[in-house]
Design a protein around this ligand. Structure first.
Ligand SMILES: *Cc1c(COP(=O)(O)O)cnc(C)c1O
Length: 360
């Protein structure tokens, strides 16, 4: 019966199941005329100003933090390398996205310090040796590839152990789902096709006054994405190039609708706990991440025998539920379930019923 609501419901952690009101908002965007308007027009400026106001209201973004509309999280790796790392960066990571960020930064000629940590480990800040030459520390809030998440104390410790530098955080699978400790870092960025439930093709990059100061000190202006030019335009609620106006419009609508972030986070944690409890019934399945305090609340990788996992994914797809493939080393023996705010209770219930009926 539930399948009538959708042909295929995606539990993929990105691109994720769209916020259910997107079709309606897209029509509204077309009808409003905004998609045919210049990005220097008063209408666009008002839209952009609204989004920033809503980010302060709903996501508790502090005053003084600048918001930039860019194309992707991947692009942010370049923007940070080209505009904000003065000489060398340090990268703390335990998974594929954090590692790719490090590699891309290195490819751009930056001296990088790779500080990988174990999948099942929390960061041990006392033992950690961040080289004194590093001026930028790169962290991944939620490692979408393996379902780990930084603890709140990690951000505090990062500030403590890296007090003079800039801290940059990839918040792609966190922004919009959990409350972020904005003041503890200087650059936060996220693509919109994960936790925010929007179509792909845009990312938000958020900079603290300290990050802006660094960009000004370095004064680099020779790239497509120059933070100096981006800032100059953002102060007028404009952009350096014609931006993804449709996605900015959709973001505004989704934020308008959305509860304050602390309430969303509570719902996410409740749903996460229900998933953990649910998978305890399955003898042949285990959560990939063993320790509760480093488990992501927004992405749950579940592991089992290769053939069992393959069968679950195949049958789920036939039943209209798309499960996320495992990633990297766990590609074959795990699947991932997104726990993003836009996901419908009916679909979650439907998937659980399906799994219980066929695999318990
Ligand atoms: C998906 C993802 C990215 C890449 O996002 P793009 O929009 O493809 O650039 C980067 N970091 C994390 C943590 C992600 O989950």
């Amino acid at each position: 019966m539930r399948k009538n609501f959708w042909l295929m419901y995606s539990f993929y952690p990105g691109p994720s199941q769209l916020n259910p009101r997107i079709p309606e908002y897209m029509q509204e965007a077309c009808a409003s005329g905004i998609l045919s308007m210049n990005h220097r027009s008063p209408e666009f400026v008002a839209l952009s100003a609204d989004v920033k106001r809503l980010m302060r209201e709903k996501l508790e973004l502090p005053e003084g933090y600048s918001v930039f509309y860019v194309s992707s999280a991947t692009e942010c790796w370049e923007i940070i390398a080209e505009n904000l790392i003065a000489g060398q960066s340090a990268h703390l990571y335990n998974g594929a996205f954090g590692e790719k960020w490090m590699i891309r930064t290195r490819q751009l000629g930056i001296g990088v310090h790779a500080l990988p940590f174990g999948l099942q480990e929390a960061i041990d800040w006392e033992k950690l040796d961040i080289p004194a030459e590093a001026d930028t520390l790169c962290l991944t809030s939620c490692e979408t590839s393996n379902g780990t998440q930084l603890r709140n104390e990690d951000y505090e410790q990062a500030r403590r152990y890296f007090a003079d530098g800039i801290i940059a955080v990839d918040a792609t699978s966190s922004l919009g789902g959990i409350a972020l400790p904005w003041e503890q870092a200087d650059v936060w960025y996220a693509s919109v096709q994960k936790c925010l439930g929007l179509p792909a093709g845009m990312a938000l990059m958020i900079c603290s006054p300290r990050a802006i100061e660094r960009a000004k000190e370095l004064g680099r202006t020779n790239h497509y994405n120059s933070v100096m030019s981006m800032l100059e335009q953002a102060q007028k609620h404009q952009t350096t190039h014609t931006p993804n106006v449709l996605n900015i419009f959709l973001l505004k609508k989704v934020l308008e609708d959305s509860l304050p972030i602390h309430q969303i986070e509570k719902m996410i944690v409740d749903r996460y706990e229900a998933w953990v409890c649910f998978f305890q019934q399955f003898e042949r399945l285990n959560l990939l991440i063993e320790s509760e305090d480093i488990r992501a609340k927004t992405v749950l990788p579940v592991k089992g025998d290769v053939s069992f996992v393959e069968e679950i994914k195949r049958m789920a797809k036939n039943a209209g539920y798309l499960l996320g493939n495992g990633y990297g080393d766990w590609k074959e023996n795990s699947f991932r379930i997104a726990n993003f705010p836009s996901m419908a209770e009916e679909a979650i219930g439907g998937l659980r019923e399906f799994l219980t009926k066929n695999f318990e």
